[in-house]
Design a binder for this molecule. Structure first.
Ligand SMILES: C=CC1=C(C)c2cc3[nH]c(cc4nc(cc5[nH]c(cc1n2)c(C)c5CCC(=O)O)C(CCC(=O)O)=C4C)c(C)c3C=C
Ligand SMILES: [Fe+2]
Ligand SMILES: [Fe+2]
Length: 362
């Protein structure tokens, strides 16, 4: 009796050595997207697709169509193309280069039970092609990971919207898990802190700035179930009622980062960059804060851009060059940008953990 039991046990494949015949879980990584080249026509094409998204410019279709196609895209494309030319490397745009690299490193880290595919919300590689790759493998479930640490309707919301638009045409809709945000993931915070500590060890800084991509205030209000957003200190802490407020999530990211770096509240500033158009965007604005800090006599600033996980136009050029120039013009002496997470091993560990924790079939 005893002998036969042990015979059965040895025939069972141990979970450790078990190799599935095919990947079971798809991981769809999605970032914003970037122009195909820094040429004016490619930048114009990118701006048109991006800004015609009703979650980005959230006004009625006809007004958006005229605004984007006859005002913003034609006038902005030549100026933006000039800036994209500064950002461009031999291999292309950093957002796309790091996108592919992260997808490949994550695939290695997750192993053959998973299939990782990269899509961009705008331009290429498309979300359609990335989802098709997963669909062709007949996966059991898909985890959608928009590469935005904080939730905004214009970014994460738009990715989810696009994925739903595509999969609703499929005969078999697999189980899909949508990741909304990951700003509180300890390894996400640790990676940014680690990158910053490298500069802090080299030189002391008088002040730290956490600058996030901005949003029109209107978009924050539209997602505010409590009717308290943008009044008083509504975004000062993240709690059950404002947990999806982008501005509150940015303040929370800064609080966690400051704690990880050992920075006291009087030593750091949270601000918002990259405004577009005349409507009010969430405040305080980064350029105003830079002028204010310089006027107070701050000389050395370390700048973090924690709404981005990859170097891109908004970090390398806007924060790393344009804000540096502004700070120095206003009397500052040293401005240092902390690079983004890019292909950092701890960032790959963060993504691996996000996937494992959200794999309901594991
Ligand atoms: C946190 C991530 C982002 C949010 C939120 C976001 C909102 C948002 N952006 C625009 C307009 C533009 N953004 C542009 C570039 C850009 N934006 C993000 C991320 C967020 N945008 C990234 C990563 C990039 C850079 C991409 C790259 O190729 O490196 C641009 C294009 C550049 C330019 O012409 O300045 C525009 C335009 C709006 C209107 C908006 C919210 C409503
Ligand atoms: Fe943007
Ligand atoms: Fe808020």
């Amino acid at each position: 009796m005893l002998a036969s039991t042990s015979a059965i046990q040895t025939e069972q494949p141990s979970k450790k050595n078990f190799t599935p015949a095919r990947p079971r879980t798809g991981v769809l990584l999605v970032n914003l997207g970037t122009p195909d080249s820094p040429s004016v026509p490619d930048v114009r094409k990118y701006l048109r697709e991006f800004l015609m998204d009703g979650r980005v410019i959230d006004i009625p279709f006809i007004s958006r169509f005229f605004l984007v196609n006859f005002i913003i895209a034609p006038f902005r494309a030549p100026k933006s193309a000039e800036v994209y030319r500064k950002l461009w490397t031999d291999k292309g745009s950093p957002l796309k280069i790091y996108g592919y690299e992260v997808a490949s490193l994550l695939q290695q880290a997750l192993g053959e039970e998973y299939l990782v595919s990269l899509g961009m919300r705008y331009q290429s590689p498309s979300i359609e092609s990335a989802l098709q790759e997963l669909k062709d493998k007949g996966l059991d479930n898909i985890i959608v990971v928009p590469l935005f640490p904080q939730y905004a309707s214009a970014t994460t919301g738009s990715v989810h919207d696009k994925v739903m638009e595509i999969v609703r045409t499929w005969q078999i809709i697999p189980q899909i898990n949508f990741i909304n945000s990951f700003l509180q993931h300890p390894k996400f915070i640790e990676t940014f802190a680690l990158l910053g500590k490298k500069y802090i060890a080299e030189h002391p800084f008088d002040h730290y700035i956490f600058t996030y991509h901005g949003l029109p205030e209107r978009q924050i209000r539209k997602g505010d179930a409590t009717n308290t957003c943008l009044q008083g200190n509504c975004c000062g802490s993240l709690h059950a009622l404002n947990q999806h407020c982008y501005r509150a999530q940015c303040f929370e990211t800064s609080r966690l980062l400051a704690a990880a770096l050992g920075i006291t509240p009087d030593k750091y500033t949270v601000s918002f960059q990259s405004r577009l158009g005349k409507d009010p965007w969430i405040k305080p604005y980064t350029d105003d804060m830079i002028s204010e800090l310089a006027a107070k006599g701050v000389k050395r600033v370390l700048a973090f851009s924690p709404s981005f996980v990859s170097d891109c136009l908004e970090t390398t050029i806007e924060v790393g060059e344009e804000y540096k120039e502004l700070f120095e013009k206003k009397g500052g002496k040293h401005w240092q940008l902390v690079e983004s997470l890019n292909n950092h091993p701890l960032w790959i560990e963060t993504l691996t953990d996000i996937v494992h924790r959200n794999n309901v079939k594991a």
